[in-house]
Design a protein around this ligand. Structure first.
Ligand code: ADP
Ligand code: MG
Ligand code: MG
Length: 639
């Protein structure tokens, strides 16, 4: 989840005193790194995925599933392999927020070959097997977005009680014991404590319960006057969720800015399409996604900053949590769609401008830097701003947004990158690989055809909220750029940066589309993202195996979008509601949870072909080297 500095965390009081120090030096560090790296050219497309996993303990006798607090032990083994052969390992493993979570990435990023799509799923399968080999017989590694009974009584193995009254508790949660926070690195508890202390109270996460026939109100723990709210009170409820992320290297900084912007309107679309988390603390809710939960789970804004009190101690009103959708575009084409006022400190912005940073990038960085550091290590306080970048990374890596613009790390061969962060984790490697390949192909199509998907930021924000609603993928509509409108020149406004070929000013137009129309196309209107990808692929040399792999993935995306297949969230809802023990009371009991997760393990391991989720025959068997994949790949006769 970001920078893992070594050393000793400072107390909140000490950290708070150093907020301006970190800001000042972070800005200087950014200016220096920018000038070192702004002219870097010729990096090639590289990309990689990150999948987060939960370790689940299944108790067959009691029919209970709990999160297994095993991450530290597993990482010790997994990281030993990496230390022994850093260049050769096929996977890299990192800690995540939960003591029951791990994050896995491929050992090396993938490159520009389309044949690399054959490796993604195989590598994900390898990762799962690698972890599985270290597990006890009753444990499973699962790529589920949220553990449905996270925060319910005794949800961890071993079991711990929360200690809300304890002075030294990091979270002070009524539901989420500190033992469920990853213990192997101080960052996680420090962030938990400091976010709570900065805010001046515990974080507060509210979800509407899904009201069924027998739902009992008030829901346990509901706030006063809001009986239908499932309330959560700890960072772990959000940061303890899993997601699927992608990072792309661009050939230069300009291309990175373009990708950052063009992928931004696709974030809510991909969130709706990958929705996978309808259950929180054992209740079915009205939400299908983790996003607002995780956003509120690290919302360190004070009452003043949230607009509940007049400004006295703090400088700004701040409209969003430090975990949220981005607030401004970075490319010149994006500038006119920056319609949401950006909060930033003029002095910081001016310093960036004096330092030679252009307006759009300066306001982006200044806006990130309205946040105070919430985790500082004593060894890192004094830095050489010419070479170090820790203070910059400190603020950058605790702005958890839908997109991240990543400068090259110091002294490395890595170029300018953007990270795509909205997607929820899916049950199977097949689904996760499908999403990854779809988004990578989109970036190729965007850059090759110079497509323009930009819509005003305010509309992206609106889409983000709609994307999370129950069954949004089939039921909601989303703002999208209108691609068929006739413009002044009389020609369709299809592409090329919204610029009319005759040089006339093309009029922007936006319309509300369903996910189906965005992915599969609308007759007489937008061609559809998958058809665009297929047009692109027709112009490329694609070998038969790669073609087959890609088409299986695109079919899954298309069928999820059209409603022929369920989203993971809708499937989970269906499973809960049809469970014989479900009492139409919104409650996901231990037994329902156990059966749901057991079924998921059957699906992830291929014992059960769940056609409502995966369709028929969508079970590709890609191998983990290209020649092997080309030789042995099974096509299922479908493509
Ligand atoms: P984060 O800051 O999000 O934790 P990580 O360091 O975990 O980022 O890596 C994210 C992804 O970036 C991984 O999938 C990795 O394979 C990929 N990656 C590594 N090097 C590059 C590169 N040069 N270009 C693009 N992606 C890369
Ligand atoms: Mg990571
Ligand atoms: Mg990441």
């Amino acid at each position: 989840m970001g920078l893992l500095s070594e050393g000793n965390p400072l107390s909140w009081e000490e950290t708070k005193q150093l907020a301006d120090h970190v800001r000042k030096h972070g800005i200087e560090q950014f200016i220096n790194l920018y000038h070192r790296l702004k002219d870097r050219e010729g990096d090639i497309l590289k990309w990689g995925d990150e999948v987060e996993y939960i370790i689940v303990d299944f108790n067959e006798e009691q029919k209970r599933a709990r999160v297994a607090l095993r991450a530290q032990d597993l990482l010790t083994h997994l990281n030993e392999k990496e230390a022994a052969d850093p260049e050769g390992v096929k996977s890299l493993w990192r800690p995540e927020y939960g003591a029951y979570m791990i994050e896995g990435t491929p050992g090396k990023p993938y490159g520009g070959l389309l044949a690399h799509f054959n490796l993604v799923e195989a590598n994900m399968r390898y990762r799962r097997e690698e972890v599985s080999a270290l597990l006890k017989p009753n444990e499973k590694v699962m790529s589920i977005t949220n553990f449905p009974r996270l925060g319910s009584p005794l949800f961890t193995a071993p079991e711990y009680l929360p200690t809300p009254e304890k002075e030294l508790s990091a979270a002070r949660s009524l539901y989420f014991p500190d033992e469920a926070i990853y213990p192997g690195h101080p960052r996680f508890k420090t962030l938990t404590r400091n976010i709570r202390m900065r805010r001046g109270e515990k974080v507060q996460i509210k979800l509407k319960v899904f009201k069924d026939k027998n739902t009992v109100l008030p829901v346990e723990g509901a706030p006063e006057g809001e009986p239908d709210v499932v309330q959560l009170d700890a960072m772990g409820f959000g940061m303890g969720c899993c997601c699927l992320q992608l990072t792309f290297q661009a050939c230069n900084i300009e291309e990175a800015r373009t990708l950052y912007d063009q992928l931004t309107p696709l974030c809510p679309i991909m969130l709706a399409l990958t929705a996978a988390s309808p259950v929180y603390r054992g209740y079915l809710t009205e939400s299908d996604c983790r996003w607002n939960v995780i956003s509120a789970s690290v919302d360190c804004r004070t009452e003043e900053e949230r607009g509940l009190k007049p400004l006295k101690e703090n400088k700004f009103r701040i409209s969003k949590s430090r975990y949220d959708s981005i607030d401004s575009y970075l490319s010149e084409d994006g500038e006119k769609y920056n319609d949401v006022p950006l909060t930033y400190d003029e002095a910081v912005y001016n310093r960036l401008r004096e330092g030679g940073i252009d307006h759009l990038l300066a306001q982006h960085i200044a806006h990130l830097f309205i946040r105070d550091t919430v985790s500082l290590f004593s060894e890192k306080v004094c830095q050489n701003d010419k070479e170090d970048t820790d203070h910059f990374e400190n603020i950058q890596s605790t702005n958890w947004q839908t997109m991240r613009f990543k400068p090259p790390p110091p002294n490395s061969s890595i170029g300018w990158r953007v990270e795509f962060r909205p997607c929820e984790a899916q049950i199977t490697d097949f689904e996760n690989a499908a999403i990854v390949c779809f988004v990578v192909l989109l970036t190729r199509v965007i850059l090759s055809y110079k497509l323009n998907f930009l819509i005003p930021i305010s509309k992206v924000d609106e889409n983000m909220q709609n994307a999370q609603k129950r069954d949004a993928c089939s039921a909601e509509k989303f703002w999208f750029r209108k691609f068929s409108s006739k413009n002044l020149c009389g020609k369709p406004n299809t592409s090329v940066n919204g610029k009319c070929p005759e040089g006339l000013e093309c009029k922007d137009n936006f319309e509300l589309l369903t996910i189906n129309e965005i992915i599969n196309g609308k007759s007489g209107g937008f061609e559809g993202l998958v058809p665009l990808i297929n047009t692109y692929l027709e112009s490329m040399e694609v070998d038969a195996d790669t073609h087959c792999t890609i088409q299986q993935y695109l079919r899954l995306i298309q069928k999820r979008a059209s409603g022929e297949l369920l989203t993971t969230a809708s499937w989970i809802r269906k499973e809960v509601i049809n469970h014989p023990e479900y009492k139409q009371d919104s409650v996901v009991s231990d037994k329902i949870n156990f059966d749901l997760l057991t079924k998921m393990t059957d699906i992830q391991e291929g014992r059960l072909q769940e056609t409502s989720l995966l369709g028929q025959g969508n079970n590709s068997k890609t191998k983990d080297t290209i020649p092997a994949a080309i030789e042995k790949h099974q096509c299922n006769g479908n493509c």
